[in-house]
Design a protein around this ligand. Sequence first.
Ligand code: HDD
Length: 677
Amino acid sequence: MPEKGSHGAEGHLTTDQGIRISDNQNSLKSEPRGPALLEDFVLREKIFHFDHERIPERIVHARGSGAHGYFELTDDLTDLTKADLFRGKGKKTPVFVRFSTVAGGAGSVDTPRDVRGFAVKFYTQEGNWDLVGNNIPVFFIQDAIKFPDLIHSVKMEADRAYPQAGSAHDTFWDFASLMPESTHMLMWAMSDRALPRSFRMMEGFGIHTFKLVNEEGKATFVKFHWRPRLGIQSTLWDEALKLQAADNDYHRRDLFEAIESRNFPEWDLGLQLFDEELARSLPYDVLDATKLIPEEVVPLRTVGGLVLDRNPDNFFAETEQVAFCPANIVPGVDFTADPLLQGRLFSYLDTQKSRLGTANFYQLPINAPKCPMMNFQRDGMMQMQVPKGRANYEPNSLDDHGEAGGPRECPVTGFKSTAALEDRAGNGKLRARAELFADHYSQARLFWLSQTVSEQAHIASSFVFELSKVELEKIPPRMVANLRNVDESLAKRVADGLGIPLPAKSEAGAKLVELKPSAALSIHKNMKDTLKGRKIGILVNDGSDAAALARILADIGKAGAQAFLVAPKKGGARLSDGKTAPIHGQLLGSPSQLFDAIVLLLSTEGAGTLGKDGAAIQWVIDAFGHLKAIGYDAGAAALLDKANIARDEGVMVIGPTFVAAAAKRYWDREPHIRMLA
Ligand code: HDD
C-alpha cells in the first residue's frame, strides 16, 4: 500500500479509493448558487472521514508527547538475563517513548502539578517489551483494585466537571486522606518532582520489582531507573503556573525542538539488582509499589543508555495510537506478584481495545513488533494481514514440513514464567495484604528527611495550597493527622498555613521504622551545574552593545545552551554598531519563565524606555522570583532598579563567570521574597 501522505500517484490528490480529484475547493452544485448534490462523492467522503477522526482519549495519561530512539547496551548482562536486548555490549534496540501527564485530558496543559508518565516500548529481536513507568519511583496505591477509585477521585469531579488537570480539589484529598498508603507518594507529588522543567530533565522508574531470568532459569529481582544525562531540573510552583499561560505546550515543544535541533535527549538505564535474601532482610516489602529501595541499600548499576533521536512523522498515527501494555514482556524478564502490577497486566490490553477499536491494534505500524510474528489469531475488525494457508488452528497435521501447517511452539526459546520467588504462606485464596504493606509512613518520612530545607518548604507549601482548595472542612484535618506520622514539624507547618488547629495524630497502623535519609531522593542534591540543553533569554533594545552581545552569545554557545533574543519589537533591535539583531521572540510573547536564566543588555536610553513597560519590569521580577541568575550590563542597571531587584549572589554584572553562575538556581533568595509554609 502506498504511504498515505506520499500518495504515490505523482503527487496527485485522490479520494480514498485512488480517484484523482479535479477540484478540492468547491462542492458539486446544480448551478453556482444552487444546492449541493448528494452525488458529490468527493465532498461526502471528505466530510465522512473528518467526522470520524477522533478516537477516545486515554482514560489516564491522555496528554502526552512521544519520540523514537534507541537503547544501547553498555554492559553485557548475559549472566543475569537471557533477554536479547541485554546481551552483547553495544547492542542497539529501537524504542518509542511517550511522556505524559496523568490527570488532564488530551488538550490540557503541559505543566500542572502532576506525576509524569515515562513509557518505553522496546522493539527487541524477540518481541516487544513495554516498560511503562512514571517519573516518581513509588505509587499512590498498593493494589490495582483501588486504581479506578484513585483516578475517579483525581480527575475532574463527577457532577461539575472541574477542575481539569489538577489534584487541588475535594474528591482527591478526600480519597487520599482516607488512604494512608498514598502518603509516601503524596510527599513526592507535593515536591518539585511534579513540576519538571523538561521531559529531558526528569527521571523515570519502572516502579515495581521485576525479575531478570538467565539461561539457567535463575531469577534476580530488579528495579529499573532512567537517569537524565542533563541532570534533574524542576520549576517552581509560581513558574509552572505562569508557564501554563505562556505556553500550553511547553514540554511538548521543548521535546520536539530539542530533537529537531539534534540535542537528543538521553538517559542512563540503572538497575537495582538484588536477591531473595536481601529482599527478606528489608523492613518493607519489595512487592509493595508504595515503597522504594534507597540506592544506599542497593546501588544502581548503569547498564545502558536511551537516546531519542527522531520525532514522530505523524502525532496521531504514532503518539496517539501507540499502545503500551506492561504485559508485553520478553524471555529473560518476568513479573513479580506485586498486586498493583498484576492488575495492570489486564487493564492495558483491555483499554487498547476500547481506545483503538479492535483486537487487531497490534498491527498498527507503531505497535507492530519488528521481529517476525506468527500465530493463529485470526480475523476481527480491521484485519490488515492476509494469512495464507488452510490451517488456522494448532496442533494440525496439514503439512508437517511446509508452510501450510503454520508456526509451532518453541519449548526451548519460548517465554516461560519463572516460579514465584515470593513467600507463599499456603493460606489458599484470600483478599488480604502482606504484613509489611501496612507500614504507610516510614518511607514518607525517609523522603521528607532526605530533602533540603528549601525542598521541605516547597512540600509544606504545596500541601497548604492543595488543601486550601478543599471545601469540605473535615478533609484537611484528616490529612494533617496523617502527616503527623510523617513528621511533626511538617504537620504543624501545614496546619499553621491552613490556619487550623493541629489535629490528633492518626493511627499509624504499623510499627514505624527509622530509615537513613537518602541523598538520591532530593532534586537539589542531584542537580547538575550545567547549562547544556537549557535556554537563556537575552533582552535587548535599540542601542544595545553589539560587542557584549557577541561575547555572551559565544559563551552560551560554548556551554551547549541555546540563546533566545527578546526585544520589544519582533522586527529586531538596532545595536550599537548600527546593525539590526534578529530577534527570536517579542517581549510580550516571551515571558522570562520560558528561560533558565536571563541577561539584560541595554543602553541607558533603552533601559529607560523599557522601565515604562510593564512587560519588561515583569520579565525581570519573574526571573528574580523564580530564583534564576540575572546578568546585566551597566546600561541595564536602571531597569533592575525600576523593578526593585536586590543585587544578591545570583544578580551580577555580565562577565566571563556569568555562564557558570547561570546554571544554578538561587534557593537562598527564596525566603526573602516568598512566604513559604
Ligand atoms: Fe497506568 C496508562 C503508568 C498503574 C491502567 N499508565 C498509563 C501510562 C503510563 C502509566 C505511563 C500511559 C502510557 C502511554 O503513554 O500510552 N500506571 C502507570 C504506572 C503505574 C500505573 C507507573 C503504577 C506503578 N495503570 C496503573 C494501574 C492500572 C492502570 C494499577 C489499572 C488497574 N494505565 C492504565 C490504563 C492506561 C494507563 C487505563 C490508560 C491508557 C492506556 O492504559 O493505554 O490501562
